[in-house]
Design a protein around this ligand. Structure first.
Ligand SMILES: [Zn+2]
Length: 136
């Protein structure tokens, strides 16, 4: 499975299989999620896939009441907000994701720095996959 090209399409495909993959730079060891094919740190191009454990800490979040259409379709709105955040992964890399298992109507109770772990949301007839994290 690591023969797939390092790009967003492959990343999404892995997510649909409940696997969080990043890329690791063969020169400096930096990790990126979503994967990058070129290393922005050392400009190395020897990127390889690496499976991430999917544990990390919540680095930032926002609770969204004005949802985009694809989130409204999933039942989110002003009365039922959802939480979106940035997770700093234990193994390196920062990734944007949905934050679930928290009360988005009470953002004051959601703590930056709290440990989280990856989970995968499969939604709709197309089984569209969303990357999410929940309190660990
Ligand atoms: Zn590098």
């Amino acid at each position: 499975m690591d023969q797939r090209p390092i790009n967003d399409i492959s990343f999404e495909k892995f997510l649909s299989e409940d696997v969080l993959m990043g890329s690791v730079c063969g020169s400096c060891g930096a990790r990126f999620v979503p994967p990058r094919s070129l290393c922005p740190t050392c400009y190395g191009s020897e990127m390889k896939w690496v499976e991430m454990k999917g544990t990390g800490k919540l680095a930032a979040f926002t609770c969204i009441t004005i949802a985009p259409p694809f989130m409204i379709a999933q039942g989110y709105n002003r009365k039922n907000p959802y939480c979106s955040g940035v997770v700093e992964l234990d193994e390196g890399g920062r990734v944007d994701a949905r934050i679930i298992g928290v009360d988005a109507t009470r953002p004051e109770e959601i703590k930056v720095g709290m440990p989280v772990r990856v989970t995968f949301i499969h939604w709709g007839e197309e089984k569209e996959t969303f990357l999410a994290f929940e309190p660990a």
